[in-house]
Design a protein around this ligand. Structure first.
Ligand code: BGC
Length: 773
């Protein structure tokens, strides 16, 4: 037996002893836990400094060979084979068999047989792809979001993963930023509710609900809140740009969603690339030690973003990798994702007395505890198994959920009495556009192994309507525009003209045209900020030419951000915004176009009229010269060349029926700080179809010691109503909902007048008034 085999055999022997001990005694779970922690402590004491530092290092999967086994030194991170064998985690590999081999190799060869943590970005699904998070935001449904996260977790753990880098809870307000697709939108309250739902879905438990963390249970995966903090506010929407936020705005608007996920029990947090008020997050002691750990109570593993530790050199706050490592450990970063800083310099910094070993021990302790919570010391492979992948990937249950969620995330922006398209009219519908028969619907963060399993609109429509006439109409990209990977579509003017002419011809002889347009999925996501956020110009040209010969145009828009759709809305009789809907996109679109399912999505981000309005969001602060008329003249808040109002406000979305709201009433006009009051309105389905309405409740603090937002979402409820049916919808208002950072930065509520609005979107004027005393 070689040394390594001997080591592994001894490790297994210990495991067996432990199992026998557990069986033979009648100990409670608590005793086992205590015993396990004692073993972990002992393990930590036994580890060399190099081993400890190793646990704090994550390497990328491209440092391994195709077969999944370790190759020795590679240039990605300038590491020797010896140091590579000590690492604590690998990022970016999937596949149960491959991950099994990698884990086995590492566990067997590690001096203490410590298993790896295997991490990946499972953002909106693993193999069954759900709508992108921005679209999930439009469902306003924590219940659906939780179910989708759990389905994703089951597929991810089946493929051998332990951690997903999700939820991304950055508040986003600038549609130019490519990563808005990864967020659930512009509202702190909605993001917090949906962030909680994702954590429950991934981790299978809720700390706030008093449930115990059981990450080891089959199907549960560890979540990682990112990107801490404020990454969603880069100046100009430019990727990796610096972030400058007042502490008040940061705390009131940006922190709540991260805080909610931590309260829910999320076990990991990731730092952000950006600087926050001039300090890069990965070296920001105030942010990580004071705000995150002390104030927000986070006690899990803090990982840096990809090479963010070393990037502090280019930020200009560290001279070299050594100093970057020091800044990061002092800030409390437990794991260095893919930079050379910790692996090369952390041990040296400890030996030179520049960093206390205690800080390293604290970090390693947290990492070991996470591994233990995941049950990896008992079973380093967790749920990973090829058979499970086969059962779970794209299983009917997950597909069904993806279809349901997609349909519920679509936002009907306009419907000039054309939708739904009844099935009797099947023969007369033309399906035109670059998205008509494309599977490019997964969004920028999804990498399914079998993308061909996605349902295109054509396929979905064929199921509903029998055969449909399809024509591409134009290319997805303009020839002078590239994706973030530099990919351009190459075509000649003649080729384009041929497609456009074909489309014109088909449109001319059809009753109705379903035009499937949108931005390329690689126009969004990381590294994909854009200054133009309209449809590609040839797609707009297609719309104009089709509309010139057929006025019955229903436009289906794909996008990963709020696009400028002003012209599209003008030229179409109906517009359905479907975002990036995922695997079942085509089926869900057919469900909604045909009226088999009614749309119910509400915008999770404001739609601008033009790019010059961006950033535009509903919960802005009041000004001294408000522009209630939307005028463009005089010394008034706004622009002289465009309305101050967006094209569609946050929370907006139609369906195939109409709803009426009664006037809001409050249970008491005076609210004491220790009490709650109720606000109510009756919602009536005033149309002819049964449908769901998302009733939204907003609050306005009429006067504060600092300027307060115009409106703040503080509740939402879904009601399903039959035609003619009414339901009273009640919201409870608590003092907590009224709190903010006052002029002395004290988090409190201030007595005075408040307005409570209940309506279909953030633009609602339906209100009642109460006073807080
Ligand atoms: C992104 C993170 C992601 C990480 C690992 C980074 O570039 O900013 O969101 O989790 O890569 O893939």
């Amino acid at each position: 037996m070689g040394d390594q085999e001997e080591g592994f055999a001894f490790y297994c022997f210990l495991k067996i002893l432990l199992l026998q001990w557990k069986k033979s005694t009648n100990r409670t779970g608590k005793d086992e836990k205590v015993m396990k922690l004692e073993q972990l402590e002992k393990l930590l004491q036994d580890m060399s400094l190099e081993e400890k530092v190793g646990q704090m290092v994550q390497i990328p999967a491209n440092m391994l060979t195709e077969g999944g086994l370790l190759t020795g030194p590679t240039d990605t991170m300038e590491m020797s084979e010896e140091t590579t064998r000590l690492v604590g985690s690998i990022l970016g590999k999937t596949g149960a068999e491959e991950l099994h081999n990698i884990q086995k190799e590492f566990v067997e060869n590690h001096p203490h047989h410590i298993p790896l943590l295997l991490m990946y970005d499972v953002i909106n699904g693993m193999e069954t792809i759900f709508p992108i998070p921005l679209a999930q935001g439009c469902t306003f449904s924590p219940e659906l979001v939780e179910r989708a996260a759990h389905a994703a977790a089951k597929e991810a753990t089946a493929t051998g993963l332990h951690v997903t880098f999700s939820p991304m809870l950055d508040l986003v307000r600038d549609a130019r930023w490519g990563r808005v697709m990864e967020s659930t939108g512009e509202d702190p309250w909605l993001n917090a509710e949906l962030g909680r739902a994702m954590v429950r879905g991934y981790q299978g438990s809720s700390k706030v609900q008093g449930e115990l963390l059981d990450l080891a249970k089959e199907g549960n995966i560890a979540g990682c809140v990112k990107h801490f903090a404020g990454y969603g506010a880069p100046l100009g929407g430019r990727e990796y740009e610096n972030v400058e936020l007042s502490e008040r705005t940061f705390r009131e608007d940006y922190l709540p969603a991260y805080q909610a996920a931590i309260e829910e029990g999320c076990v990991m947090v990731m730092t952000s690339f950006n600087t926050l008020n001039r300090i890069p997050s990965s070296g920001n002691q105030w942010l990580m030690r004071k705000v995150l750990r002390e104030e927000m109570g986070f006690d899990g593993v803090l990982i840096s973003d990809y090479s963010a530790v070393d990037e502090m050199i280019r930020h200009g706050i560290a001279e070299d990798s050594r100093e970057a490592a020091k800044l990061a450990i002092l800030a409390g970063v437990d794991m260095d994702m893919v930079s050379n800083a910790y692996v090369k310099y952390l041990a040296e910094l400890v030996r030179d007395g520049e960093v206390e070993e205690r800080l390293v021990d604290e970090a390693v302790w947290r990492i070991l505890k996470l591994k233990n919570d995941l049950g990896l010391f008992e079973n380093p492979y967790k749920d990973g198994a090829k058979e499970k992948e086969e059962i779970l990937f794209l299983c009917p249950e997950h597909r069904g959920l993806a279809r349901e969620m997609a349909a519920k995330s679509f936002v009907l922006l306009k419907n000039d009495e054309i939708l739904p398209l009844e099935q009797e009219n099947a023969g007369t519908i033309a399906l035109i556009g670059p998205y008509a028969d494309s599977t490019e619907m997964f969004g920028a963060w999804s990498f399914p192994k079998r993308p061909e399993q996605g349902v295109t609109i054509k396929q979905g429509m064929e199921v509903r309507y029998g055969s449909v006439k399809v024509c591409r109409g134009c290319f997805m990209q303009d020839e002078d525009k590239q994706t973030k990977f530099g990919v351009k579509e190459k075509y000649t003017t003649e080729e384009l003209e041929t497609l456009l002419a074909e489309a014109e011809k088909l449109a001319g002889k059809s009753e109705t045209v379903v035009l499937c347009l949108g931005e390329h999925r690689e126009y969004t996501g990381e590294g994909a900020s854009r200054t133009e956020i309209g449809l590609p110009k040839h797609q707009l040209e297609l719309l104009k030419r089709v509309q010139a010969v057929n006025k019955n145009v229903v436009t289906v828009v794909f996008s990963g951000r709020p696009l400028v759709l002003t012209e599209v809305v003008e030229l179409s009789r109906a517009v359905l915004l479907v975002w990036m809907p995922g695997t079942e996109g085509g089926s869900a679109i057919a469900d909604v176009l045909s009226g088999a399912v009614l749309p119910e999505g509400k915008l999770s981000m404001t739609l601008p009229r033009c790019v010059g309005q961006v950033p535009v969001f509903y919960n802005k602060f009041r000004t001294g010269r408000p522009n209630e008329e939307g005028t463009t003249v005089g010394y008034i808040h706004g622009y002289i060349d465009e309305s101050i109002y967006p094209l569609y406000p946050f929370g907006y979305g139609l369906t195939y029926t109409t709803f009426g709201y009664s006037k809001v009433s409050v249970s008491q006009e005076i609210m004491k700080k220790t009490e709650t009051i109720a606000a109510k309105a009756t919602v009536t389905n005033t149309g002819t179809r049964e449908a769901v309405e998302t009733v939204q409740m907003y609050l306005t603090d009429v006067k504060g010691s600092v300027v307060r937002p115009v409106k703040m979402l503080r509740g939402f409820k879904k009601v399903a109503l039959k035609p003619g049916e009414s339901r009273k919808v009640t919201f409870t208002i608590t003092e907590d909902m009224l709190k903010f950072y006052d002029s002395n930065m004290v988090y409190t509520s201030e007595p005075g007048e408040f307005e409570v609005y209940i309506g279909p979107d953030s633009d609602t004027k339906n209100k009642a008034v109460f006073r807080l005393v």
